[in-house]
Design a protein around this ligand. Structure first.
Ligand SMILES: [Zn+2]
Length: 314
């Protein structure tokens, strides 16, 4: 039911490598009670103790190249965005994410493996109601040549545009209302991407150590795509950026009813626009569907108080 929170029916395990750390990692998704939200459970390398990191904006410790929860120097969970996108788009509200190393496994560089696994076990409906965040007025952040904004909209919509000075990518736009079906068909298989010319600099900085043609689309110095299999979508790059934005905005802790637009965006911008929205109490409110309908429309919504799990960011 659309108005009820969910969790996974069964535990799921994923083993792979971290795209930045290059280290092997086992990730376990464990069904959780209502109002848990998405809770990462990671080990602090300094003390050996495990720590809980709730997947919300106030826990974000870095947004360079990927979104990191916690302090990169201590207990943290890096590259959470592709998993977060799958959980949000498939309406998984509550789950505990156990990691035995500080980075979510990259799998094939998209959300496809997570989507397939979540579909294989299915969801369990919980008795608690799901809250939504409704955008009430435009909120915009400019960052150099990039900008991002939320505007009020009946439903959930993303309009993402990129403009790379590179023939293989160029200017691409993806604009669509987003639901589980659209996400699975149009976005979930879009892979992360990078440029061969950046690789040595990234490696020297300790990034992209696990990246390979198995988990990234790589653009060579001749401006051509190196992967022998080519692209999964003609405009796979902007689709991946949209997937990233869905994952980054999932750190709101609740689904957002509104339209998110970005131009030349990335994790940092996504995080800044979300922060601008959530730090302006007049820009949004928490709502719940007054009755169960297949699609949540504004007319069906009633305002509610701030849910307990959201207290950290308002
Ligand atoms: Zn990504």
């Amino acid at each position: 039911m659309i108005g009820h929170q969910t969790t996974l029916r069964e535990k799921l395990e994923f083993s792979g490598v971290g795209v930045h750390s290059g280290s092997p990692v086992l990730m376990t998704l464990i069904p959780a009670d209502a109002n848990t939200g998405i809770l990462f459970n990671v080990c602090d390398p300094r003390t050996g103790e495990t720590k809980d990191l709730p997947a919300n904006l106030s826990t974000v410790g870095a947004t360079d190249l990927c979104t990191v929860l916690g302090s990169p120097a201590g207990a943290h969970a890096a590259t959470i965005e592709h998993l977060m996108a799958a959980l949000r788009a498939l309406n998984v509200d509550n789950v505990i994410v156990e990691l035995d190393a500080p980075e979510v496994p990259v799998m094939d560089g998209s959300s496809a493996v997570f989507v397939e696994a979540i579909h294989s076990v299915g969801l369990k409906s919980l008795s608690a109601s799901r809250c939504y965040i409704r955008v009430n007025k435009p909120v915009r952040v400019d960052m150099g040549a990039s900008w991002g904004e939320f505007v009020p909209y009946e439903g959930t919509r993303f309009e993402v545009e990129i403009d790379f000075d590179c023939e293989a990518i160029g200017r691409q736009q993806f604009a669509s209302d987003i639901n589980e079906d659209v996400f699975c068909k149009e976005l979930s298989r879009a892979r992360t991407f990078g440029f061969m010319k950046d690789v040595e600099r990234l490696w020297a900085a300790g990034f992209a150590l696990g990246s390979s043609l198995e988990n990234s689309v790589v653009i060579g110095d001749d401006n051509k795509i190196i992967n022998p299999e080519g692209l999964r979508y003609v405009d796979e790059f902007v689709r991946h950026k949209t997937l990233d934005a869905i994952g980054d905005l999932a750190l709101a802790g609740a689904p957002i009813l509104g339209c998110y637009r970005s131009y030349r965006g990335g994790h940092k911008l996504n995080s800044m626009v979300l922060k601008a929205l959530l730090s302006d109490a007049s820009a949004f409110d928490f709502v719940q569907p007054a009755r169960s309908r297949p699609k949540v429309m504004h007319g069906d919504l009633e305002a509610v108080g701030v849910p307990a799990y959201a207290a950290v960011f308002v």
